[in-house]
Ligand binder design. Structure first.
Ligand code: MV4
Length: 491
């Protein structure tokens, strides 16, 4: 079945290619857009057609709604997939698509708008009976009222921007005397970052887990969840490792959380793919927010469920009914994703864009790599530092960890610093192996201490591997990779 003839992908990098791959399998023609910084990018070459959209700065290119719609109409694309980031959660863009007669692959603009307000969505979920953290019911306008609420729920509390996400404007407050300054500070940051100074407070949980549920809902009232993901390992509010399912999940907890997640989908009139984020602490979970887009970590859910989420998104956007029900779904095995970023984990994750001198990605059983890079490619400094996603699947969590270690040692990236050694250190960390992760995992000292050593090992290994690319040497890079791995284990 052909859902669309032609689809425009309003994004770049690995996610643009991910969406195009689904299109190719569905026999849908693909249209790429690219900025000045992306003329040589892989997503441009992968697409059937590609159009220049503007200057390198996102506001001039990947965020330029008028220009993108204009390209879609000129080339006859019937639908636009926004990927993640950029315009994916911009309700104005979703509305603009609707008004211009182009199908937006995502939820309705009103749903995106409603979920964009953290305080509004929290209120909506509280009335629907979904657990939420205690706090102010609306934006703070009166500091004495805020003090009263904070005293009732008890310190520490956290001040959050309603239009926020990504931790911007967030402040932890330990006592009443610090509250006023935190609130006014947050309001100022929220105003300048989002143009909306609305902030609220809620009970602060110490070292919670971040657990989210994947949802798919069609336009005919059918909705399913595709289980949970554990996303606790993050740095500066960017996830670094995700796994599916969550290592702490029990059947009983999953049943309750899934019911809440489907409730969230129902009361928000949700359609298409989305995920419901919860904070979990000491046996309790609380709705935090809904992400109204396909997420970076959708791949691990695809591994454990066998469902192609992008194809489902496209089918739903074309008005199709879901072709399966909840009872048709089950979890098979365990999947882990490591985000490979062009950055230095030992230098506060400073971005390290540049030319990739040598590159070979791992493969073999249960491995999936999604990337937008290749050997000789120069990573532009203008965009997100994530260059690839490495996913490993196996029948159990421990087997998946072992497979991930194997894949990391096969992965060759020369010329730039990456998060690969950090991932190797984490895959060998006892707390991680036992599933004891939380949102402040990376701040724990034992990870940083071991990292220095892994990084030295990694550099030596990479240098050895680099030789396998040199002219005249017959040995394949992959063999060299395995050899150095064996040597490393022996020593
Ligand atoms: C929280 C929290 C604890 N309690 N909310 C929200 C956005 C996400 N990026 C981080 N968020 C958090 N919300 C309550 N009620 C802990 C986090 C959190 C965090 C907070 C401060 C510093 C670092 C953090 C890392 C991960 C999660």
């Amino acid at each position: 079945m052909k859902f669309f003839e032609k689809l425009l992908i309003a994004n770049r990098g690995e996610i643009a290619i991910r969406v195009m791959r689904a299109c190719r399998e569905l026999d849908i023609d693909t249209v790429a857009i690219f900025s000045d910084a992306d003329k040589n990018a892989l997503h441009v070459r992968y697409a059937d057609e590609a159009f220049h959209v503007g200057e390198a700065h996102p506001s001039k290119s990947y965020l330029n709604m008028e220009r993108i719609i204009d390209i879609a109409k000129k080339c006859g694309a019937e639908a636009i997939h926004p990927g993640y980031g950029f315009l994916a959660e911009n309700y104005r863009f979703a509305k603009f698509c609707l008004d211009e007669g182009v199908t937006f692959v995502g939820p309705q603009w009103k749903t995106i708008k409603a979920m964009g307000s953290k305080i509004g969505s929290k209120q909506m979920m509280r009335s629907a009976g979904v657990p939420v953290l205690p706090g102010t019911d609306s934006g703070i306008t009166d500091i004495d009222e805020a003090k009263k609420v904070a005293a009732e729920i008890g310190y520490p509390v956290i001040v959050k921007a309603s239009a926020g996400g990504g931790g911007i404007g967030m402040q932890i407050v330990n006592d009443e005397k610090s509250l006023e300054e935190a609130v006014t500070g947050s309001q100022r940051i929220a105003k300048s970052a989002f143009g909306d100074a609305t902030v609220f407070i809620e009970k602060y949980l110490i070292k919670p887990r971040h657990i989210e549920f994947q949802i798919l809902a069609d336009e005919h009232g059918n909705a399913v969840h595709l289980y949970d993901r554990e996303c606790s390992i993050q740095r500066r509010h960017q996830k670094l490792i995700e796994e599916a399912p969550s290592p702490i999940m029990t059947d009983e907890l999953r049943e309750r959380m899934a019911e809440s997640a489907l409730k969230v989908s129902e009361v928000s009139n949700y359609t298409n793919a989305g995920s419901v984020e919860f904070l979990y602490s000491q046996g309790n979970y609380y709705f935090m927010e809904m992400n109204t887009r396909l997420q970076v970590e959708h791949t691990i859910t695809e591994f454990i469920t066998g469902v192609d989420l992008v194809k489902q998104q496209i089918a739903i956007a074309a008005g199709e009914s879901l072709s399966f029900e909840q009872k048709d779904l089950s979890i098979r095995g365990h999947a882990i994703e490591c985000r490979i970023n062009a950055e230095d984990p030992l230098n506060n994750f400073a971005a390290d864009p540049g030319k990739i001198l040598r590159y070979r990605s791992p493969g073999g059983p249960g491995i999936r790599v999604d990337s937008g890079i290749h050997m000789g490619y120069t990573i532009p400094p203008n965009y997100d530092s994530m260059i690839a996603k490495l996913c490993a699947w196996d029948s159990t969590r421990l087997d998946a960890i072992r497979r991930m270690r194997r894949a990391i040692t096969e992965y060759i990236v020369l010329g730039i610093k990456t998060t690969l050694p950090l991932h190797y250190a984490i895959m060998n960390n006892q707390q991680f192996i036992e599933g004891n992760t939380h949102t402040h995992f990376l701040q724990e000292e034992h990870i940083l201490k071991t990292l220095e050593r892994y990084k030295r090992d990694e550099e030596t290994r990479m240098q050895t591997l680099a030789g396998s690319f040199d002219q005249g040497k017959k040995v394949a890079a992959i063999t060299a990779a395995v050899n150095t791995y064996i040597q490393q284990k022996k020593s």
